[in-house]
Design a protein around this ligand. Structure first.
Ligand code: GUN
Length: 297
C-alpha cells in the first residue's frame, strides 16, 4: 500500500482564505482589523523564522501582525512588563510569546509565570490554565493551534476517527495533552466524527512503545525525535500524523520515518508541508475569534 499524502499546506491555504474572508466581513462591520502581538526573546534562528512567518500570514489575512523583540538577556521582569503592557493595550487582541524562551542566556526565565500572566481573553495559543481548563471540560474558548489544525486536517480529508484507537506519542502541554483531550471528547470543532476516539497517550516511559503504536488506527507522533517512529511500529492501513519538525543537517525531518511509513499507512502527513502550515492557519483563526470576543460582535 502507498499512503495518501495529506496536503497540510493546501488545507491550511483553504483555512487562511476562510479566515481572510471572515476578517473582511468583521472589518466591513466597522470593527478595527484584529491585531496579534508576537513576542520574540533572543535570536534563536528557528523562532525568528516562525515569528516572521506568523506575522506575514497575519498581514495576508488582513490581521495586523506586530512583533516585539527583546534581547536574550532582557530578563523575567522586562518580559513580564511587556506582557502586562500588551494585556492592557486595547488595540491588541492576541498575545503570543514564542517558545522556547532562551535557556543559554545569563538570565533565567520562568516560562510558566510568563504564560500565566497573559490575559486569557488574548491567549491565542490557549496555553493559559483557564483556557486549558475550559478545553478539559469540553467548553473551549480557544483551541490550541497545532491540535486544532490536526482535527481540521482529519475532517477536511474525511478521515473519521470516532470509535477508533488513536495513539498520541508525546505528552507536551502544547500538543500531546490537548490533542488527546480533544480527540477523546464527545464532539469538537468538526463534529462527533472527528472526536469520540479511544485515546492512548504514550511517552518515553511507555513499556513496549512499538506494540502500543501498532495497536493504533491513527498514530500521532509529537515527540521531537527525528524518525523515531519506524515502519514496524505502524499498523497496516493506519492514519499517521507527524507533528515533528527536526533539523538533521540541512534537512527537515519529522518524528516518523516517512519513506518506510508511507508504504504501510493509508494516509500520512509529510514534513515539511503537513501539520506545520496548519498551526499558523489556526493561529489566525484564534486571533479573529479573540477580536470578536473582545468586541462583543
Ligand atoms: N513554539 C513552538 N510552537 C509554538 C506555538 O504553538 N506557540 C508558541 N507560542 N511557541 C511555540
Amino acid at each position: 500500500m502507498t499512503a495518501q499524502i495529506l496536503d497540510g499546506k493546501r488545507i491550511a491555504g483553504e483555512i487562511r482564505e476562510d479566515v481572510a474572508k471572515a476578517v473582511a466581513v468583521f472589518v466591513a462591520d466597522g470593527a478595527p482589523a484584529p491585531c496579534l502581538a508576537a513576542v520574540l526573546v533572543g535570536e534563536d534562528p528557528a523562532s525568528q523564522v516562525y515569528v516572521r512567518n506568523k506575522s506575514r500570514a497575519c498581514e495576508k489575512a488582513g490581521i495586523q501582525g506586530r512583533t516585539h523583540r527583546l534581547p536574550a538577556d532582557a530578563g523575567q521582569d522586562e518580559l513580564m512588563s511587556l506582557v502586562e503592557e500588551l494585556n492592557t493595550d486595547a488595540n491588541v487582541n492576541g498575545i503570543l510569546v514564542q517558545l522556547p524562551l532562551p535557556t543559554d542566556a545569563a538570565v533565567k526565565y520562568d516560562e510558566r509565570e510568563i504564560l500565566d500572566a497573559i490575559d486569557p481573553l488574548k491567549d491565542v495559543d490557549a496555553f493559559s490554565p483557564v483556557n486549558v481548563g475550559l478545553l478539559m471540560q469540553g467548553r473551549p474558548r480557544f483551541l490550541p493551534c497545532t491540535p486544532h489544525g490536526i482535527v481540521q486536517l482529519l475532517s477536511r480529508s474525511n478521515l473519521s476517527i470516532a470509535g477508533k484507537n488513536v495513539c498520541v506519542v508525546g505528552r507536551s502541554d502544547i500538543v500531546g495533552k490537548p490533542m488527546a483531550m480533544m480527540l477523546a471528547q464527545k464532539t469538537g470543532s468538526c463534529g462527533p466524527e472527528f472526536a469520540n476516539a479511544t485515546v492512548t497517550i504514550a511517552h518515553s516511559r511507555t513499556t513496549d512503545l512499538a506494540a502500543v503504536c501498532r495497536d493504533a488506527d491513527c498514530l500521532i507522533a509529537a515527540v521531537g525525535q527525528p524518525e523515531m517512529i519506524t515502519g514496524d511500529m505502524i499498523k497496516p492501513g493506519a492514519i499517521v500524523i507527524d507533528v515533528g519538525i527536526n533539523r538533521v543537517g540541512e534537512k527537515l525531518v519529522g518524528d516518523v520515518a516517512f519513506d518506510e511509513a508511507k508504504e504501510i499507512a493509508s494516509a500520512i502527513t509529510p514534513v515539511p508541508g503537513g501539520v506545520g502550515p496548519l498551526t499558523i492557519a489556526m493561529l489566525l483563526h484564534n486571533t479573529l475569534a479573540a477580536a470578536k470576543l473582545q468586541s462583543g460582535r
